[in-house]
Structures are given as C-alpha cells and as structure tokens.
Ligand binder design. Sequence first.
Ligand code: GAR
Length: 200
Amino acid sequence: MKIAVFVSGRGSNLKAILDSSDLKNLIEIVCVVSDKTDCQAFQIAASYNIKTITVGNKEYMISFSELIKLLTELKTELIVLAGFLKLIPAEFISFFESKIINIHPALLPSFGGKGMYGLNVHKAVFDSSAKVSGTTVHFVDASYDTGKIISQSCVNINDVNSPEEIAERVLKLEHKILPEVIKAFAEGKIKKVNNRVIIS
Ligand code: GAR
C-alpha cells in the first residue's frame, strides 16, 4: 500500500512507521508532506531517501490542489496525519474521502478541537485531573478531531506530576497504535459497520 505521511515537527511517529517490522513488506511511503520547510521530520525522511513536499500558499510551496494531483500521480492509497497541524481544505478531504487518518494524543471526543495539539492537549488533560489519557486514531473529516474513531489505547496517569509526563506515556502508545492501524488498513481489515468503524 502506498502511503503519504503529513508532518509538522519532530517526526517520531513517522520514524515509528518507518521502523515497524510489521509494515516493511506491506507499505511504501511515497512522500512526506509538511507545512514547514524545515522540520525534524523532513530530516528523517531525507535519511530514508523519501521525497519531501512543502504545502502552503507561499510561492515556493505547492497548493493543496496541486498536492491532490501529485498524490494521485504517486498512486497514494492512504494519507496519515502524524502531527500535521495545518487545517486541510474541505476539497482535499472530500477528494480523499475515507483515505485520511489522524493520530491525536488524547482520548477523543474529549480534549480535541482547534488549538488542541501537542503539549496543549496534555496540559488540558493534566488540569482536568483526568485519571487516564491515551491516543486516538480516527478518520479525518472537515473539522478538527471529529471523524469516526478507528482505534484507541489508554494509559493510567493517576500518579503523574506534569503534562510532560503524560506526553511521554501517551507517545509510547502512539508509536505502537499507529503502525497497527496502518497494518490493518493495508490488510483491508478496516470496515464500517452499523455506522461504526471496526477492525476485523
Ligand atoms: C503527536 O503527539 C501527535 O499525536 C500530535 O502531535 C505529535 C507529533 O509528534 N498531534 C496532534 O496534536 C494533532 N492534534 P511527532 O512529530 O513526534 O510524531
């Protein structure tokens, strides 16, 4: 299965996908897309000789409509948002309907929405005094973090002393769950039944 990974920063989830032995013979990352010209994730992509693309409205970037053409030419079958922070236009989302997934660092539908990314999420979870947190992989629709949930994993945070500690625990789950969901996609195991998403 040919996939494109969208990133904005560190790229640890990209690295987890690249290093997953379960995915080795199942997927090919055809390109890594970012809204930033210079991010750590691009350095990871370059070290694996993967094509990098910058999307946006500056003259040296490509637009989302050009990106649709490019990803189609590359025969992209799945788009994985792994820490991509820019809002994606509705036209792009409807073109790739049911082919875009996102990883979120909390248990949706709580702690999602505009502005809820990275450490902001873990601060909100910490301040709420929630006793568990976790990660969610979901389909992407036209608003932030509201698409159907594909998979979730949770961790006890009863004893944490900071949002950073929550982030650390959740990130470990992310690196496990994202390759698992991609594998299920590649094996055709993700289905919609009774308006719910199941992994068969
Ligand atoms: C991850 O924790 C991901 O869940 C989060 O950004 C981080 C990217 O880390 N995404 C969001 O907050 C989206 N709302 P990475 O670049 O090391 O993979």
